[in-house]
Design a protein around this ligand. Structure first.
Ligand code: FES
Length: 169
């Protein structure tokens, strides 16, 4: 039985070398493109993004509407968006900040929006009603309370964070 020599021919050597170098160059070119496409999506959402909305001294027991701007990031596109909140102080001075977005189909609710709706939020789209606390009134279209904003007070200024489902009503 003859022993065959394992030799790499010049052609094989060239193939291996070119494949290796080509693969390395391809990966080096693709990596930044893949990173650019995927990176914004993988960024963790910043916690604790609060926006200054008004001075606490301006708040009353009656809900008032305040508009404020936030920077919204959708993947790699950043835009400035105007948001609104109905804000008031409870009897114990606790601050309540409700989202005006109706939980039925997303219209904007108003405070005391019409006759017979005193002390309630009213949604003009389908007659949705909410108590002052944001709790939906049974028998009207909304099936959940208005979302409430996270609040923070610093140096007499009210800051609002993200709106979250209202679990307190
Ligand atoms: S969207 Fe508000 S009641 Fe329908």
């Amino acid at each position: 039985m003859s022993e065959r020599k394992q030799q790499v021919s010049r052609r094989q050597f060239l193939n291996y070398t070119l494949t290796g170098v080509g693969g390395f160059m391809g990966a080096a070119m693709l990596a930044p493109m893949v990173r650019m496409a995927v990176d914004p999506v993988l960024q963790p959402k910043k916690e604790g993004d609060f926006v200054a909305v008004t001075e606490v001294s301006k708040l009353t027991k009656e809900p008032q509407r305040f508009n404020f701007k936030i920077e919204q990031v959708d993947a790699w596109y950043t835009s400035e968006v105007t948001k609104a909140a109905w804000v008031y102080k409870k009897e114990n001075d606790e601050i309540v900040a409700l989202s005006p977005i109706c939980k039925h189909l997303g219209c904007v609710v108003n405070w005391e929006g019409g006759q017979g709706h005193e002390d309630r939020f009213y949604c003009p789209c389908h007659g949705g009603l909410y108590e002052k606390s944001g709790k939906n009134v049974p028998g009207t279209p909304p099936l959940a309370p208005l979302d409430s904003y996270k609040t923070k007070v610093k140096d007499g200024t009210l800051y609002l964070g993200e709106a979250v489902p209202n679990m307190e009503v």
